[in-house]
Design a protein around this ligand. Structure first.
Ligand SMILES: Cc1cc2nc3c(=O)[nH]c(=O)nc-3n(C[C@H](O)[C@H](O)[C@H](O)COP(=O)(O)OP(=O)(O)OC[C@H]3O[C@@H](n4cnc5c(N)ncnc54)[C@H](O)[C@@H]3O)c2cc1C
Length: 430
């Protein structure tokens, strides 16, 4: 049965779901709203792990994604003078461990490119349907829009009030509005939302700076005292991506979220000034960066991914955190399973949502395994130990030890062993 569906958030998960719903039933009426005034095609490198690649292949988007591939050849740990202390090779295939381990997966692309590929594909699919004479159904993106509130009517759907006061009834609302989802707060209330949001004790800031002389195709990682680390990745692009990780100045950093970008940047500058290596260059680049984005590392753990006819998808429902490196893959798994379960039971939305909730328990649990907290070294001695310890590790080619420092690399979580359900009802390529 064709449904009238509202998707909140045009990040990664929202447009992916729109594509899959539309493939399953061209007669669905799909509206995707995005709070930002235009597509937020910013952010740094994202990768596909485990089921990410197979889902892309099924969606017929693998080539389009590959066309934007970032050319990163591996990673190196650098010292204060930029000297290489240890290096790690590229992985053989997404989700499988390559020869050396490292921070690079087979397919990594910039978040902005990924979001554009997804939105463009959903719009192109719709155009094709319209041109082929399909009558009914539709897809539209509305920017600068958000939900003020909603009321659920049992058996009738969800009455949504938008920020501009407009009201509309939908059969299903899907919150794909990211880690700090407002849909989640509206569904479950402030208390459940607070309880579900598990802080991991680290902050991260992302931005691009102009490419410098030493920026090659290797990602470079620098640990410094007072629990700070910097990751710089160029991947053959005109700009270099900078990630600042910090476990210091926490209260001030947290208090800066929600304030202006200038105020957030000022706190990060204070935290990192004098950190060594190329920090000053990065901080200077941060001053004028127009894509600065910072947030606290957290996981979202909810008792259920839906309530009535409102469901949560991607980071909004089960953010595994950047530390796992599985946020994007989990978003795709969720979109695939949600669309698949709804398509499997086309005349029973409630049963579809229940099945989505059940099916997602295992992959969500596996994606959220971090394997210990990220402990950035706090004292100069600890930094020395890590730098020199890792140098020895690399020299002896016992690369697995780096996984102790980079929780993202702990692939033993098993997500890749979770069998992706098959949904022929989705009418996908494979
Ligand atoms: C600007 C940005 C940059 C990012 N950069 C990185 C990065 O460099 N590395 C990394 O690992 N992860 C990054 N992420 C997170 C990453 O995209 C997600 O972890 C993952 O891809 C899952 O995607 P998602 O669609 O669930 O959430 P997101 O990608 O966060 O998308 C959520 C979308 O919902 C929109 N939104 C939020 N609130 C509302 C609202 N109330 N109403 C309507 N729309 C709303 C947001 O503007 C956003 O477009 C970034 C996210 C954003 C928004």
């Amino acid at each position: 049965m064709p449904l009238k569906i509202l998707i909140v958030g045009a990040g990664v998960a929202g447009p992916a779901l729109a594509i899959l719903l539309q493939r399953a039933d061209p007669l669905h009426h799909i509206t995707v709203i995005e709070r930002a005034p235009s597509l937020r095609a910013s952010g740094l490198q994202l990768d596909f792990k485990a089921q990410g690649m197979p889902i892309m292949r099924k969606m017929g988007l693998l080539d389009a994604m590959r066309a934007h591939r970032v050319d990163e050849t591996g990673a190196e740990l650098v010292g204060a003078k930029g000297e290489c202390l240890a290096s790690y090779g590229i992985r053989g295939d997404a989700g499988t461990e390559g020869v050396n381990g490292g921070v690079t997966n087979e397919l990594e692309i910039m978040r902005g490119d990924m979001v554009k590929v997804l939105v463009d594909a959903s719009v192109a699919d719709r155009r094709k349907l319209d041109e082929s004479g399909v009558r009914g159904g539709g897809l539209k993106y509305v920017f600068g829009a958000s939900v003020r509130g909603f009321a659920q009517k049992e058996g009738e759907g969800v009455d949504v009030t938008f920020q501009d006061g407009r009201e509309e009834r939908f059969d299903l609302v899907v919150g794909a509005d990211g880690q700090n989802s407002r849909t989640r707060k509206m569904m479950f209330g402030e208390e459940v939302d607070r309880e579900a949001f598990k802080e991991l004790g680290s902050q991260v800031a992302y931005f691009n700076v102009p490419r410098g002389e030493g920026d090659g195709t290797l990602a470079r990682i620098f640990f410094t005292a007072r629990s700070r680390a910097i990751l710089a990745r160029n991947g053959g692009r005109p700009q270099t991506q900078v990630y600042l990780f910090s476990q210091t100045n926490m209260e001030k950093t947290k208090a800066s979220y929600g304030k202006s970008l200038a105020e957030q940047k000022a706190v990060w500058r204070e935290t990192f000034t004098g950190a060594g290596w190329e920090t000053e260059r990065f901080l200077e680049g941060m001053r004028t960066a127009d894509d600065f984005y910072s947030h606290q590392l957290a996981q979202v753990k909810l008792p259920a991914l839906y309530k009535g006819r409102v469901a949560l998808l991607g980071d909004a429902g089960y953010c595994p955190s950047v530390l796992t490196g599985k946020g994007t893959t989990s978003a795709f798994i969720g979109a695939y399973v949600l669309a698949g379960e709804l398509a499997r039971q086309p005349s029973n939305v409630d049963a579809g949502l229940k099945a989505y909730n059940e099916t997602m328990k295992e992959p969500v649990g596996l994606a959220q395994v971090i394997g210990g907290n990220m402990a950035l070294p706090s004292s100069p001695l600890a930094v020395w130990f890590i730098r020199n310890g890792l140098w020895a590790v690399s020299s002896l080619r016992i690369d697995k030890l780096i996984m102790k420092l980079m929780p993202e690399q702990k692939e033993a979580t098993g997500l890749e062993t979770w069998p992706l359900p098959e949904y022929p009802e989705l009418n996908l390529a494979e």
